[in-house]
Design a protein around this ligand. Structure first.
Ligand code: ZN
Length: 426
């Protein structure tokens, strides 16, 4: 088979022996064009239009798609449907102009080589730039990235999160990555890595219960997956009545507004970008954070950093827990993190488990702990409990958590409601 020289050279680079290539022709360098777009379908139709303008005949064009589904053409391009085939059906064909709609399929050297080598005079490959976020490891991808330095730029532009696009106001609170989003009318809290540690979730709950505005919790890192898709957890007061649960907010790259955007499915089951349809917001009175609240968070962070026991008002069980947490050593934090989950439980239970856990872990082995004392002690330390939780519910929460620590062998029972702390081995 005879391929134009640039196509031949590309195929040589990726060394796929199953396709015998030879090229002795001196072609013009335009005979291979590789395009990167965050909207490959739009690019495909633009390319077809360019070919039509250049008076290339329909019968001399073949679109070979590697994407899962055939391209869904706009009405004016439907005439190309008969000139469009799957890469699995293109073997043996030879066509002057081949358009390879590669989309995100950049990890299959054999299929790409097969598609490229169908062209006898010109090959135009169209890639979805999102595919390169993953730093793919096929030979084709490596060759593309060497030859097209612009891909590196795309990787920066399309990196998650789109901090510069989200209209975020950074809030300078020591120890956490807190922002205010004018777009989403809520706080944005970014975490590093997989784990939601107690420090972060306690801050989140404190912010939620003092500002009464939603908090979006997201990861501040690129997720290395081939089908790029991100999500944030949206915590709101309404949700919390069901326990510590959250809404999952999906994000997709929006080629129109060039950012990772919140999306939702429309009636036709297609994703639509919520940022692009923001005009809706004009009809609502938008909530905003108050500067006193921000001042309060700054002071709380400062008090925590300096281990001060006098916390700024309002004191919630979350800020009180943050204070207790800040006094623990690494090992104690590790033990507590392992046994204190912060999801799918109601607030009194989460708080009671965390605080009784801290009380046990910081006590000398053999020290006596009584339910009645603990119930009263935390009740006094956190006036928030009196305003938001029924006393009986709270007492039951503490008692049931002490029962949990008994099963975990953090304490042993002395008599009803009275426990002795045990030495923590691990
Ligand atoms: Zn958009």
């Amino acid at each position: 088979m005879r391929s134009p020289r640039p196509v031949f050279e590309r195929l040589q680079q990726v060394i796929v022996s199953s396709y015998e290539q030879d090229s002795t022709r001196e072609d013009d360098p335009d005979s291979l064009e590789e395009l990167f777009s965050d909207n490959p379908m739009e690019q495909l139709q633009k390319t077809l239009q360019d070919l039509e303008n250049a008076k290339i005949l329909l019968k001399d064009i073949l679109v070979i798609y590697l994407t899962q589904n055939p391209p869904n053409y706009q009405p004016e391009y439907r005439k190309y449907e008969d000139r469009t085939i799957s890469v699995y059906k293109c073997r043996g064909l030879e066509v002057p102009v081949v358009i390879v709609l590669a989309g995100r399929c950049i990890d299959n050297d054999v299929m790409l080589s097969c598609a490229y080598s169908r062209a006898t005079s010109r090959c135009i490959a169209i890639y979805d730039s999102l595919a390169f976020i993953d730093l793919p490891n096929s030979q084709f991808a490596a060759a593309l990235m060497t030859e097209h330095p612009s891909i590196k730029q795309l990787q920066t532009t399309m990196a998650w999160p789109s901090l510069d696009k989200w209209h975020l106001t950074p809030i300078d609170v020591q120890g956490i990555n807190l922002y205010w989003s004018d777009y989403w009318h809520g706080w944005v809290l970014l975490k590093f890595g997989e784990q939601v540690d107690p420090f972060l979730i306690l801050w989140l709950l404190h912010i939620l219960y003092t500002s009464f505005l939603p908090v979006y919790l997201g990861k501040d890192e690129q997720v290395k997956v081939l089908n790029p898709y991100h999500r944030m957890n949206k915590y709101s007061i309404e949700q919390l009545s069901k326990g510590i649960v959250y809404d999952d907010i999906p994000f997709l790259w929006c080629p129109s507004c060039k950012q990772w955007a919140r999306v939702m499915k429309n009636a036709e089951d297609e994703w639509i970008c919520l940022e692009c349809s923001r005009e809706m917001d004009l009809f609502f009175e938008l909530p905003h954070f108050s500067s006193e609240m921000v001042q309060h968070y700054v002071q709380l962070a400062l008090a925590l950093a300096e281990n001060k026991s006098l916390l700024p008002e309002p004191i919630t069980p979350f800020s009180y827990s943050l204070h207790r947490w800040s006094l623990l050593n690494e090992k104690q934090r590790e033990q507590l993190t392992r046994y204190c989950s912060w999801v799918d439980l109601n607030i009194p239970l989460c708080i009671a488990r965390f605080l009784t856990g801290i009380e046990i872990i910081t006590a000398q082995p053999g020290q006596q702990l009584e339910n009645t004392y603990l119930q009263q002690h935390f009740w006094e330390q956190c006036p928030w409990l009196g305003e938001n939780v029924d006393r009986t519910v709270w007492n039951q929460a503490v008692a049931s958590c002490m029962g949990t620590w008994l099963t975990r062998r953090w304490v042993q029972k002395k008599e009803k409601g009275v426990y002795l702390t045990l030495h923590q081995k691990e």
